[in-house]
Design a protein around this ligand. Structure first.
Ligand SMILES: NC(=O)c1ccc[n+]([C@@H]2O[C@H](COP(=O)([O-])OP(=O)(O)OC[C@H]3O[C@@H](n4cnc5c(N)ncnc54)[C@H](O)[C@@H]3O)[C@@H](O)[C@H]2O)c1
Length: 389
């Protein structure tokens, strides 16, 4: 029998899925099969991994891959309403079904990481070995009143998590950071060795702060940490506030799309399956203290002296995609022409982003494999099916 325990404590609600191999067949999820990353190896040893933000875009895909390869997962998400909560609930429902189908344990916790009691009960009740922290708040334009919650959800939440990782001697902590830490765009691919001390956005400033906090815990308590600087992630079950969703919907509805900076912008887009692969590879191999030779290539001599098991790694496709190429790929997949409206400024975001992925290749032996056009085709297939467009 599959049993789901619903209980509520102060701030967390628990749905525990206990596997049963005689359980009746659950419904088919053809759309999940289509986006299955095919290259993640099976778990060498079954682990219990805490994934924060598992109702979110990246967290959902990471948990799906962990369950499929045989890990047990504890997920914590506050289900905030920064975008359509229906999408988050449906992602969670798919994960619950997947846990039943694969026979893995999925503990689905509802709670806010800024509330210490949520993490306390989680670490006390479950033998967590590794942590993947993907809960966070992206806030490009800092709309009214969100500065405080951005700092709370990113910095305060991470500070709490670091304390528990230290106390419970977690084997490896992998957490989300962003390409936006690099601030105004460079003309060449952005490398981990480049300065990341002048982010333009507040959410990026909080992510950079988290990287620095992680360094301190790695140094003081030998906690292995890896910050992954994601470059514009896209794919099925993505975030409705992303440019792809906005453009795809407008193209389908025959409405004009607004193109800033007269179409000069280009971005490094990373397909979700490649991001999932990078996250899991990072979490599978606890960060080592850099050797002298690695330090020369990837980091500063200061880090070498510190002997902290800490690193930050770019996760991008390393292919800058112009806005015109993005629109053309959408038009092709949607089989409909866009109505384009070119605008000059204000430009709130850097015009160009492109990841230098030498470190990703060397340390995780991985390089993203999905071409932009393939990824867009997968995204559009899902988008049309999900929104019935
Ligand atoms: N998607 C991208 O292109 C991209 C690019 C760079 C960096 N990132 C970073 O990666 C991380 C994951 O991104 P995503 O696209 O999956 O975002 P998402 O918004 O889809 O998911 C984040 C999840 O975290 C949860 N959450 C937020 N604050 C919380 C808190 N205090 N306690 C518990 N849960 C909380 C939200 O409810 C949400 O479900 C974020 O930190 C984001 O800034 C994403």
């Amino acid at each position: 029998m599959v049993s789901r325990l619903n209980s509520s404590s102060n701030s967390s609600e628990v749905n525990q899925i206990i596997p049963d191999h005689d359980a009746p067949a659950v419904r088919e999820h053809a759309e999940l099969e289509e986006i299955k990353p095919s290259f993640i190896k099976n778990a060498d040893q079954k682990q219990t991994v805490l994934v924060t933000g598992h109702a979110g875009f990246i967290g959902f895909h990471v948990v799906k891959a962990l369950l499929e390869r045989g890990d047990n997962v504890v997920g914590i998400d506050s289900l905030n309403t920064h975008y359509d909560i229906r999408l988050k609930r449906e992602r969670l429902a798919l994960l619950v079904d997947l846990a039943k189908a694969t026979g893995q344990v999925l503990i689905d916790l509802r709670g806010d990481l800024t509330d210490k009691t949520v993490l306390e009960s989680c670490f006390l009740s479950h033998k967590i070995q590794r942590v993947i922290h993907l809960a966070g708040q992206t806030d490009k334009f800092l709309s009214n009143g969100t500065a405080q919650s951005c700092v709370q959800n990113n910095i305060h939440a991470f500070a709490q998590l670091l304390e528990f990782c230290k106390t419970y001697k977690i084997q490896n902590l992998t957490y989300a950071s962003s390409h936006a830490v690099y601030g105004s765009g460079l003309e060449r691919p952005m490398s981990e060795q480049d300065c990341a001390n002048y982010p333009l956005r507040l959410d990026a400033a909080t992510q950079r702060s988290c990287e620095l906090m992680a360094h301190s815990y790695s140094y003081l308590f030998s906690l292995p940490t890896t910050g992954l600087r994601f470059f514009s992630v896209y794919g099925p079950w993505g975030r409705p506030d992303s440019v792809l969703f906005v453009f795809a919907r407008k193209i389908v509805e025959g409405k004009p799309i607004q193109i800033y900076n007269e179409g000069e912008n280009s971005r490094d887009y990373t397909y979700i399956a490649d991001v999932v692969e990078s996250v899991i590879r990072a979490n599978d191999s606890p960060t080592q203290v850099l050797t002298h030779c690695e330090s020369k290539e990837f980091s500063s001599t200061e880090l070498l002296k510190n002997k902290a098991p800490w690193q930050v790694v770019n996760v991008g496709a390393s292919v800058p995609i112009s806005i015109e190429r993005l629109i053309f790929a959408l038009e092709t997949a949607l089989e409909k022409k866009a109505i384009k409206e070119y605008l000059t400024g204000p430009i709130l975001e850097m015009g160009r982003s492109c990841a230098d992925i030498q470190h990703l290749k060397k340390v995780f032996k991985y390089s993203p494999r999905t071409s932009f056009e393939e990824g867009i085709a997968e995204f559009v297939k899902w988008f049309r099916h999900y929104y019935q467009l």
